[in-house]
Write a protein that binds this ligand. Structure first.
Ligand code: BEZ
Length: 217
């Protein structure tokens, strides 16, 4: 199944290191990050899962739940978690799905046969509280993902839900944002952006980040 941005995130039930996951129920009102890795006991994957564990507070501040997946069995995941904790100096604090029958991998198109016929690639989906797919990234097995970038995109998604803005390239929390081109009413602009804006071009209007409480969540 090919998923696209804005599509409903497919629901599923599958085994995990924390028992059977009923995905939508497990997500509840949270945002979700569902990410696959090729295999247990592999070096890059070990670092990625360690990083995710260490970002627990950052995910929690953003109301995000993380869940990993590979096609290895749950017993293997359990043994590997001990290694991840030991080698990465962390405590894995999120479930790892054991997709032994490839049910979830197929639903989310995580197996790319020309990369590997049997193993999942590094797919990552951000899912919003309405269970819509909001970000999809796909990395090859040889390249670990940048989880700070994933947090940055979540910040952008959450900001642009609340305010009529979009975030420019390389944007980070607190930096100037752009006013969406569809907003043309000057009265409304004044009301929404009391600090004003700079029109670099009529279509490129920069304004200070309207969210002032990033640090205090
Ligand atoms: C890794 O996680 O290190 C890895 C997994 C599959 C192929 C290559 C590297």
């Amino acid at each position: 199944m090919t998923l696209r941005l804005g599509d409903p995130a497919p629901d599923f039930e599958q085994d995990s290191t924390e028992g059977t996951i009923h995905f939508h129920e497990w997500l509840g009102d949270s945002w979700g990050i569902l990410f696959s890795h090729p295999a247990d006991f592999t070096p890059v994957c070990t670092t990625e899962l360690g990083l995710t564990a260490k970002l627990k507070d950052e995910f929690a501040r953003r109301n995000v739940k993380a869940i990993a997946l590979s096609v290895d069995p749950v017993e293997s995941h359990g043994d590997w978690v001990k290694d991840i904790n030991e080698t990465q100096g962390c405590t894995v604090n999120f479930p790892i799905i054991a997709d032994h029958d490839k049910k979830v991998s197929q639903l989310y198109d995580m197996i790319h046969p020309n990369a590997s016929a049997t193993l999942t690639v590094r797919s990552l989906f951000v899912i919003d509280p309405n269970k819509k797919v909001r970000l999809m990234i796909t990395y090859p097995a040889s390249t670990g993902r940048n989880f700070n970038e994933v947090l940055r995109v979540v910040d952008s998604l959450q900001l642009t839900e609340e305010h009529k803005v979009a975030t420019p390239g390389n944007w980070e929390r607190g930096e100037d944002v752009v006013i969406v081109p569809s907003l043309q009413d000057e009265q409304e602009i004044k009301q929404r952006f009391p600090k004003g804006y700079k029109a670099v071009r009529p279509y490129l209007r920069m304004t200070p980040d309207p969210k002032t409480n990033w640090g205090g969540e």
